[in-house]
Design a protein around this ligand. Structure first.
Ligand SMILES: Cc1ncc(COP(=O)(O)O)c(C=O)c1O
Length: 404
């Protein structure tokens, strides 16, 4: 059977491949520590669940308007006003089945074949594949651990060409946790202001998870950019609602209408009763968010302290999200590296390390190549302190053995 040629443009999610191997080992009775999953381990707060249960009980189980129920769109408008100082009309809001669908809608709505999308690397796994499916080409702006995995305005300016259609900024970042200060965002905005044809996508999904850095985005920082910026957010990470599949965007009416039309010809509305849960999340008491954030910050400190000062492993203390992204380029000089490379049969640094770590120490992490950065790997610390300690001690032992 001949399948569509477009499938050759994308790859299966590498995060899922690691999870599958980790599950296989778990099924064999092995004591696996999983640092692969990109989702909070907390349960969804009770008042949000209650709102959805109530919605089902009252029969709120039918199609809704494609772009979302008016009540949720109003809650989103208020959220943008309250948290970001941004004013949107309800017809500038779209609710989708996760932030991921918002991104699909957006790139399908704006890209033509050959259009370029500039994106800092390491980047979130799906950007590249979504852009490719929509006919675009991703242009990576590589960053380094020495610069805290952040781009500079100068780097950005060099990468913009007449073919650049979109610039993506994801802060706090998946996979590095790098979080731009308002001032840094402002200086990036100044560059983008000079290029009126470039659309801006700010992926704010980790907005609520920052540690000591004030959150901001390009729309908040620049009135000039606002009419060409799409602000993407969702409920998954802030409210531990990954399985509910609720994401949203605020942006220019023309783009939002196009995204709405595309969604109307694919999935239609996001789940009706999940949307009622979304209203409860955004309008309700935000203490639950603060509590989860505080736990993540504690875990970040613990995970960072356990990995710091390890020969061959550079770690950067992230200011947001729930990931650590160590750089292991120097590990290639360890005496045990060649043997590990042969044993795993892999050729890229992050894959050699991740496969070896899973097979020998039963710890699952995601290789950096999944995020466009070969010499690294991602640890998700969205798990208990007990697991963090256990897993990171195993990682230390694994690395120390490579130097023997
Ligand atoms: C940077 C980033 N953007 C968007 C998403 C999409 O999240 P969801 O579809 O659950 O809203 C994720 C999920 O991992 C993410 O890490």
């Amino acid at each position: 059977m001949e399948l569509a040629h477009r499938l050759s443009l994308i790859e299966p999610s590498p995060t899922l491949a690691i999870s599958a191997r980790a599950n296989e080992l778990k099924a064999e009775g092995k004591d696996i520590v999983g640092f692969g999953a990109g989702e909070p381990d907390f349960d969804t707060p009770q008042h949000i669940k209650d709102a959805a249960i109530e919605a089902i009980k009252s029969g709120f189980t039918k199609y809704t308007p494609v772009s979302g129920i008016p009540e949720l769109k109003k809650a989103i408008v208020q959220k943008f006003e309250r948290d970001n100082g941004l004013t949107f009309a309800p017809n500038q809001i779209l609710v989708s089945t996760g932030g991921k669908q918002v991104l699909y809608n957006f790139f399908l709505a704006v890209l033509n074949d050959g259009d370029e999308v500039v994106c800092p690397a390491p980047y979130w796994v799906s950007y590249k594949d979504i852009v490719s499916l929509a006919g675009g080409t991703i242009k990576l702006l590589h960053t380094s651990i020495e610069l805290g995995f952040k781009i500079t305005p100068h780097d950005l300016e060099k990468q913009i060409t007449p073919r650049t259609k979109v610039f993506i900024l994801n802060s706090p970042s998946n996979p590095t946790g790098a979080t731009y200060t308002p001032k840094e965002i402002h200086s990036i905005a100044k560059v983008l202001e000079k290029y009126p044809d470039v659309l801006v996508l700010t992926d704010d999904i980790y907005e609520k998870l920052t540690y000591g850095v004030e959150f901001s985005n390009l729309a908040t920082q620049s009135e000039v950019l606002r009419p060409r910026t799409i602000v993407v957010n969702g409920l998954s990470k802030a409210y531990a609602m990954t399985g509910w599949r609720l994401g949203y965007a605020g942006g220019p009416k023309e783009i939002i209408s196009a995204m709405d039309m595309l969604q109307g010809q694919s999935t239609s509305n996001a789940n009706s009763f999940a949307q009622k849960g979304g209203v409860a999340a955004l309008n309700g008491d935000q203490n639950c968010v603060d509590e989860m954030r505080a736990v993540f910050e504690k875990r970040r400190d613990l995970a960072f302290s356990l990995l710091d000062n390890l020969k061959g492993v550079k770690v950067f203390k992230p200011q947001g999200a729930f990931y650590l992204f160590p750089d292991i380029a120097d590990l290639k000089a360890a005496p045990g590296w060649e043997k590990l490379k042969q044993k795993t049969g892999e050729s890229d640094t992050g894959k050699i390390f991740s496969k070896g770590l899973l097979d020998e120490k039963l710890v699952a992490v995601v290789p950096g190549s999944a995020f466009g950065y070969e010499n690294g790997f991602r640890i998700s610390y969205a798990t208990s302190e007990v697991q963090i300690e256990k897993g990171l001690k195993r990682i230390r032992a694994f690395v120390e053995e490579l130097w023997k």
